[in-house]
Design a protein around this ligand. Structure first.
Ligand SMILES: [Fe+2]
Length: 287
């Protein structure tokens, strides 16, 4: 993920990469990965899009311990020409977009503490590698991620990063995809979280509505808790197709100054899969 106003730490290269330093992980670090991994692979079959499970297989992510990025990149490079590079944490937007545009996925090299399995202040190696990297084995999704990076560079020039970052949030991090009559999860923020893997699909609280680019770019999101709204894509092909064949410039112009859509709103034009009760968010917010 990207952030603005960050200062490059000592020891990081100009593109913010650092050595993964795989040898420095402790037994406890590897055990944390294994615990998180086992929990997710029990939950995901039937809930996650099959392309994700195929990616786990191709990358042999079931091997115990935190993956070595060199080994991981070798397999990923053979599949789709992507690599995984280590960074110390969040990186600035321009650095992030440049890596994606060049088919490099940036991953934090640290792992959460064992007493904080469900708490993440910043994306760690489990979120970044387990959550994001398996889908990079899929050629269509791999192209989408690169297209996003290239789009980010254009959005930066147009002063529209806030609009575009909503696309990342609602697809790459928290997307759902149609699969016949069912919905499946594919967003990394969901697939790397045991509680949201269930909530996103099965809880009656959130709205689940059909993907609509303009609408999505006007929709707020929350970073502090389960989502109140998920956008459902028809397929990865459709997502890539819309991203490549839409001229975002005129959309940014059109949306300039447009009001935001509240996170729980459902519009008459929405394709509604689930009209959520919002029970979870209302209870949590004390309303
Ligand atoms: Fe992420």
């Amino acid at each position: 993920m990207a952030d603005t106003s960050l200062i490059r730490p000592d020891g990081a290269a100009t593109d913010w990469t650092i050595p993964q330093n795989w040898g420095a992980y402790s037994q406890e670090d590897h055990a944390t990965w294994d615990t998180l991994f086992e929990r997710q692979v029990r939950l995901l079959p039937g809930r996650v899009t099959p392309e994700f499970l195929e990616g786990l297989d191709v990358l042999r992510l079931s091997k115990p311990g935190i993956p070595d990025f060199e080994e991981l990149s070798d397999r990923l490079m053979k599949a789709t020409g992507w690599q995984v590079v280590a960074v110390p944490g969040l990186v600035p937007d321009d650095v992030f977009f440049d890596h994606l545009a060049n088919r490099r996925f940036v991953s934090g090299n640290f792992i959460r503490r064992p007493d904080q399995l469900d708490y993440l202040q910043e994306p760690d190696v489990f979120h970044d590698v387990f959550g994001h990297v398996p889908l990079l084995v899929n050629p269509v999704f791999a192209d989408y991620m690169q297209a996003y990076g290239q789009g980010g560079q254009r959005a930066a020039a147009a002063g529209a990063i806030d609009r575009l970052s909503r696309l990342y949030w609602y697809t790459v991090e928290f997307g759902l995809v149609k699969s016949g009559d069912e919905l499946k999860i594919y967003g990394a923020g969901i697939v790397s979280s045991s509680s949201e893997s269930i909530f996103a699909l099965e809880d009656p609280s959130p709205n689940r509505i059909g993907f609509d680019l303009r609408r999505l770019m006007r929709t707020k999101y929350r970073i502090d808790d389960f989502q109140q709204n998920y956008f459902v894509i028809d397929s990865f092909e459709n997502l890539l197709d819309q991203t490549l064949n839409t001229d975002f410039g005129p959309i940014y112009d059109e949306l300039h100054g447009a009001s935001d859509i509240e996170i729980e709103a459902i519009l008459p034009t929405d394709r509604v899969y689930t009209r959520g009760t919002q029970h979870y968010a209302r209870t949590k917010d004390g309303a």
